[in-house]
Design a protein. Sequence first.
Lengths: 46, 363
Amino acid sequence: MTTEKEIRGGAKKSRGAKFSLDAWAVTLALVVSLLVWIGWIKQVPW
Amino acid sequence: MASSIALESHHQQQPLPLVKRALGLVPGLLLLAAVGYAGKFIERTIAVYGKSHHLTLPNIEYVLWAILIGLAIANTVGVPEIFRAGLATYEFWLKAGIVLLGARFLLGDVVKLGGVSLVLVAIEIAVSLTFMTYLGRAFGLKPKLTTLLAVGSSICGVSAIIATQGAIDADEEDSSFAIAAILTLGAISLFIFPLVGHWLHLSDLSYGLWAGLGIDNTAEVTAAGALYSDAAAKVAVLAKTTRNAMIGFVVLGYAIYWARKEGTERVGSKAAFLWEKFPKFVLGFLLISALATAAVFSKPQLTSLANLSRWAFLLTFAGVGLRTNVREMWKQGARPFLVGAAGEIVIAFLTLGLVYGAFLFLH
């Protein structure tokens, strides 16, 4: 099943990588939060 | 000089692996964005049409549209190879979205609701693991496949199965069966839970807790919550995050069990093992929640962070539909699916009973 292969591939890659998927996601969210806090991102519409 | 120019041109012809990989994500990311935004566009268009023509049309949320469009594409024309890498990022957006969702929670609420969730999660995990193990034996499934199904349906779906597969050295085939069963059941739960919730007139809080405890995959939990209401989605994600935080303990328990049973020594430092398996996005969620509680962000900034979280979830919902290939799932065989389905039904009733019980106890 393609999805499983992708998930497995991702899991295997992340095992070897220095930064896990979780860590990248947290980093991105924190950087974005910082940009909002310092005013670089002013207003995000929905 | 000539050789350095030749070297430079050689470098220019071969892009860096990182750049190449990043470019490979673009088509899939664009597809996620297009499907997600199409869902939002359809929801808005129907609302505007109803208003301008004085019609009362059913309000079908963008979440459902995005999932349905994704399902239609994946199960008719299929998803070409070029999109696959980008589509696989839906889990990344889910986790980033959960971290940013922390901006919508005061830390006190997290502790209060997380505390209630923790007690319910502990009961749910204990009963689910026991029941699924019994069911696997009754259906004559292989012991390690039973373990994978039990972990997948009691904690957090695919991530838990992959973590456990490595820890107990299970066959790839077993985890393929377990993942297929859990993904299929997650896709079905995604549509059934909101219907049952509305039928039982559950409050946002009760429904959110139920979805967070009863549905396996975090993406499906988030979507099932959002299909009910925005408030229910918040509670569902928090309950599921509490469940996710338990993954390390359960996987460690099974790793020790199988290592002893097979006479092998697989688990080294338990603390290191727990840290490795612990979902780090839970810490990010708590950090953003703590910053929001400490009034670090102004009100408009909190709204921006909440909206960024919604955009991240939009990509996730598109990914949920696009990755679900019904035919491929059915090919994986009936028995693991039947065990999983029987388990899911019992877990759904159990968690509903737990939620009712918790509210009776608290009021």
